[in-house]
Ligand binder design. Sequence first.
Ligand SMILES: *Cc1c(COP(=O)(O)O)cnc(C)c1O
Length: 374
Amino acid sequence: MSETETSTPSPAPAPVAKPWIEAIHAYVPGKSTGKDGRALIKLSANENPLGTSEAALAAKAQPPALYPDPDSKALREAIGARHGLDPARMVMGTGSDELLNLVAQGYAGPGDEVVYVRYGFAVYDIAARRCGATPVIAPDADYGTDIEALLACVTDRTRVVFVANPNNPTGSFLPAGEIARLHAALPSDVVLVIDQAYGEYVAAQDDDGAMALAAAHENVLVTRTFSKIFGLAGERVGWATGAPGLIATLNRIRGPFNVPATGQAMALAALGDTDFVERSREHNREERARFAEKLAALGNFGLRPLPSQANFVLVLFEGALTAEAALEGLAEAGYVVRWLPGQGLPQALRITIGKRADMDVIAETLRTMAEAAG
Ligand SMILES: *Cc1c(COP(=O)(O)O)cnc(C)c1O
């Protein structure tokens, strides 16, 4: 018997993921239960507290045995009509998350850089890393997006810049002048992605001008979603608009049947229910202001609600009451909100604007806790 036959065989090698994939921290979704598994009122994922439009709920899709329209043609035409866009300059995604990932994959790879602001949307980090590119994080300006800081991070390796406007989790908003200034200073071969997931919550007079930039330039992609104001997060429908070159890239690499038939039908109906959208926007505007005012009154206890143009408020805890203790107190009271220590925000809670009665309980719970903590 030879040596090799008697020695213990070394284990068969397991598959090895790429190092840039190993470096990804999987996205942590907003929770819907407390530590003990108890169901809580969920204000952790920026879903619409009014639910979904009746018209969307009544929408009928084709039989499930059939593949959906691979091009979401009717939906693109309806969105185009609503926003004054050429449907040929649009692509639909399995949520806008898919499109954010695809634009990074289409334009960046190993050795390239993808830039976004500190306290930006968590998906940008995953999108950058999963194509092997290097994420470059620009410093914030008191939790807001700082154009100069973003531009200072741009090098000849930069391929994509992500800006959410309004931003998640901060709620901060860049006016049209700032977006235009950012675009004007970027090299024309860098893709500027303006993520308008919360665009419908922004007052019409505050339009950030990104759609107009996307219509006029080769390097601007605007993304939108049916997950937030339209109340269709479960259906996974997002879209993007931009120059034909950008759209062609995304169409090459997206899933051919990436938007299910039910999602297409419900989104089409939701788009037509302008009353529901208007009611949702108005509810959010009123309750966000009311809630922020109550929290601002707790300023001497170190609570600081950041100004928000979205359907949530990021509350900083800079006094004796910590965000973690507040998270637990709110869970006791029956609510789950978002604590984001993994995103460098152990000092903050992101609270989705819910129904008035719930926001009142939350504000009151925070007041009681802040006073007790001193
Ligand atoms: C919620 C959100 C999205 C949308 O995600 P979907 O995949 O469309 O559900 C995109 N960007 C930001 C900043 C968001 O907060």
